[in-house]
Design a protein around this ligand. Structure first.
Ligand SMILES: [Fe+2]
Length: 155
């Protein structure tokens, strides 16, 4: 049961890294060759001061990317619920970006990535259902099905 979930997770992780590559390429293309005047006028100066035009992953609010972005508890139910929330947060971020971006060379890839988040949400939901179907349907939140032997599982 958990091997199937792991395969789903592994596949989606590979796709997410590909998303990072696409977004990084878009940022690189948008910032390549900017003049100091363009940097100043666009509000990009604080980032430029720290990183010039290099790619340095961070949230839109300036919070640097770190391992805390990868939520992992070692409990299939906990982790899949977290994954479902992450996919919805990604979808919301793409929705917010698409309200701001008018250039189709930027918005079209973002729309593609947004659609992938919807598919990921669906796949994680299916994985969660598979895990829950093998547990005690009356109460499967009382234990870690990956660690606690027989806890919550139907014998
Ligand atoms: Fe995703």
């Amino acid at each position: 049961m958990f091997n199937c979930v792991f395969l789903d997770f592994h596949h989606i992780c590979a796709k997410e890294l590909a998303h990072l590559e696409i977004v990084g390429t878009i940022v690189h293309q948008l910032t390549k060759g900017l003049s100091p005047e363009e940097i100043e006028a666009s509000g990009f100066a604080p980032y430029y001061t720290d990183h010039t035009l290099a790619l340095w992953p961070q949230a839109a609010g300036g919070i640097p990317f770190n391992a805390c972005e990868f939520q992992s508890k070692g409990d299939a139910i906990t982790d899949l619920e977290e994954d479902l929330a992450a996919e919805q947060k990604a979808r919301t971020t793409y929705d917010n970006l698409l309200r701001l971006v008018k250039d189709p060379e930027v918005s079209d890839p973002l729309k593609f990535l947004r659609q992938r988040e919807l598919v990921h949400f669906q796949r994680f939901g299916e994985a969660l259902r598979r895990v829950q179907e093998n547990l005690n349907p009356k109460n499967f939140y009382i234990c870690n099905p990956e660690f606690d032997k027989y806890c919550g599982r139907q014998r």
